[in-house]
Design a protein around this ligand. Structure first.
Ligand code: SF4
Length: 341
């Protein structure tokens, strides 16, 4: 099988994934609480077990924080995750309504859950505006899923009009029950490449999982498990794709919105500019640098990287320090690299 350009060797792309691939989906982490304890859980120690909310990396303390983050990346949709989102059902419903009211019905919203919600819960989510639901049953029910509450819930989700799928880590198992159930609801199966993280490494090692190689966090053999499955509407999300493509595309969207006239946007979506500390304004003006090509801050002046480089010798002669900064594009984004000139 060949890889398509969305990082998967399957051709099917659920709507929630399509927006994710273009970096236009906001990740709404709605709570760190979760009643389960999956051995592969990748949720970080900072978030796990805490009833806290993040929109991408931004802490959400009020509704405006969520809206600001969505605007900053020009989000076309939102993926609601956790923890277990349905432990905070009212919060989820309020956020779905908030996002749909602010950005319109075309703002696509999908939700992950490890629960098997009732028809009443599913209908309330659908009524609020939810578009897609991704069930995450635990591995011990995969084989016999048709004899569990997940079957009832998945059928009910489909009946409410939700686009319905199952999203699970790619671990060897008997998937026949899952595949036949999905056929009944015209649903999709999204397999995530199993990955080592800071929080699951010891549990994965204990079970004999090993890394593909030292340059990757992917688990050896996980990709092959997904490759061995045949059926309709299958998707495989590789760990490299998540890190490299989704993140980069999202950064680029944020950068396009946040870049100043003189910032350079890199292929990774970071911003590059020059920083001059010291009395430099006269030198910049004398060199003919226009006002829209620099920004005066409390303790420095920021300008285009090429201007800082061109004037570096002259600026340093007067005691200024000059450097080139590469920074993540979000508000107060972390500095990725600083190069003194
Ligand atoms: S259901 Fe999700 S959040 Fe909860 S323990 Fe499992 S992987 Fe972690």
């Amino acid at each position: 099988m060949e890889k398509d350009n969305s990082g998967s060797f399957f051709n099917y792309l659920p709507e929630g994934c399509r927006l994710c691939c273009t970096g236009s989906k906001m990740v709404l982490f709605v709570t760190g609480l979760c009643g389960r304890n999956c051995f592969y859980c990748p949720v970080s120690n900072e978030r796990r077990g805490k009833d806290i909310i993040f929109a991408n990396e931004r802490l959400v303390e009020k509704d405006d924080d969520l809206i600001e983050e969505a605007v900053s990346m020009d989000a076309l949709g939102t993926g609601i995750t956790g923890g277990e989102p349905l432990l905070r059902l009212e919060r989820v419903i309020n956020y779905i309504k908030l996002l749909k009211n602010r950005f319109g019905s075309a703002h696509h919203i999908h939700l992950y859950t490890a629960h098997a919600p009732t028809k009443v819960v599913l209908e309330s989510l659908r009524k609020a505006g939810l578009d897609e639901i991704r069930f995450h049953p635990p591995p011990d029910v995969w084989k016999n899923i048709n004899h569990t509450y997940y079957r009832d819930s998945i059928l009910a989700a489909h009946r409410t009009g939700l686009s319905t799928g199952i999203e699970i880590p790619s671990i060897a198992s008997d998937f026949s029950g899952i595949l036949s159930l999905l056929l009944e609801v015209d649903g999709f199966l999204n397999m995530n490449e199993l990955e080592f993280s800071e929080t699951n490494a010891s549990e994965l090692k204990k079970r004999g999982f090993v890394l593909v190689d030292d340059d990757s966090s992917a688990v050896l053999g996980s990709k092959e498990v997904a490759e061995s499955i045949t059926g309709n509407k299958l998707r495989f999300c590789s760990s490299g794709f998540k890190d490299a493509v989704q993140m980069r595309e999202r950064f680029k969207r944020i950068a396009k919105k946040s870049a100043r006239y003189f910032d350079e946007i890199t292929d990774d979506g970071t911003l590059v500019y020059g920083v001059v500390r010291g009395k430099c304004l006269e030198i910049l003006k004398e060199a003919g640098v226009m006002e829209d090509m620099y920004s005066v801050l409390d303790d420095s002046v920021e300008t285009a990287a090429w201007i800082a480089e061109d004037l570096a010798i002259e600026l340093k002669k007067t005691g200024c320090s000059v450097s080139i900064i590469e920074r993540y594009p979000m508000k107060n984004g972390m500095i990725a690299e600083m190069t003194p000139l």
